[in-house]
Design a binder for this molecule. Structure first.
Ligand code: PEP
Length: 252
């Protein structure tokens, strides 16, 4: 069985004190939430303090990006070794905001995934089409390219250690959510790619999270889909009340 994951991507929000306060408040929520894993992704500056606050609890700490080199002349970048040192267990890789704001390529994403795996981190690898690509009927083509290039060279054992987040770009931060059926269709396609490339067991085991304007009032419908194994949430993960409601999503 695939254990669902509710992950909050805090993007460029929260000071160190705000992050620690949030983690302290969410710890008892995560402790009671045996049905899912809880992950929070603070900005770099708050990672170490958030991880110290989360230590020994059910809250896992994720970074939002990493570099592929262990160290080097890369001004402004952070390596996977540094993320482990700060107490991270997960790292979001290839978020559409980084693909679009920073021009991240599938090849760079692939290098980051490999570096994260080598460091013992769990990569949360984001894929998703833009509105124009969906309207041109290219959703599957884009997902195939991002999946194949982003995960090139991984073994089935490597693949069993990652999570995928399907995040249609047109649904991120727009209030426009994919319907549960649309999301499930994309997840089914991605799981099919996983079956072709990594085999049956890998496809059955991979957790595919949905991301894109997930809120307390739509999370139940999304999580009711067998294909949807969790949510990667931006805006609604920033308040303790809404993140708590997401973790305690309606279950049948
Ligand atoms: C995200 O940042 O990954 C995201 C899905 O954001 P939002 O929930 O705000 O759409």
């Amino acid at each position: 069985m695939r254990k669902p994951v509710i992950a909050g991507n805090w993007k460029m929000y929260k000071t160190i004190a705000e992050a620690v306060d949030f983690i302290e408040k969410i710890k008892p929520v995560a402790a009671k939430a045996e049905h899912c894993e809880v992950v929070a992704a603070p900005p770099f500056t708050a990672l170490a303090a958030a991880a110290a606050a989360a230590k020994g609890s059910q809250v896992k700490i994720s970074a939002q990006n990493c570099h592929w080199d262990k160290e080097g002349a890369h001004t402004g970048d952070i390596s996977t070794v540094m993320l482990c040192d700060a107490g991270c267990t997960h790292v979001i890789i290839g978020h559409s905001e980084r693909r679009h704001d920073c021009g991240e390529t599938d090849e760079q994403i692939n290098q980051k995934v490999k570096a994260a795996l080598a460091a013992g981190l769990t990569p949360i690898v984001c894929v998703g089409e833009t509105l124009a690509e969906r309207e041109r009927g290219e959703t599957e083509k884009i997902l195939e390219r991002q999946f194949t290039a982003g995960l090139a060279g991984l073994t089935a054992a490597d693949f069993s250690r990652i999570m995928i987040a399907y995040e249609p770009v047109w649904a991120i931060g727009t209030g426009r959510t994919a319907t549960p059926e649309m999301a499930a269709e994309a997840h089914r396609y991605l799981r099919g790619l996983a079956r072709q490339v990594f085999g049956e067991a890998a496809a059955d085991g991979i957790r595919i999270l949905y991301g894109g304007s997930v809120k307390p009032d739509n999370v139940g419908g999304l999580m009711a889909q067998n294909e949807i194994d969790g949510a990667l949430v931006g805006g609604a993960s920033l308040k303790v009340e809404s993140f708590t409601a997401l973790v305690n999503y309606p279950r049948g």
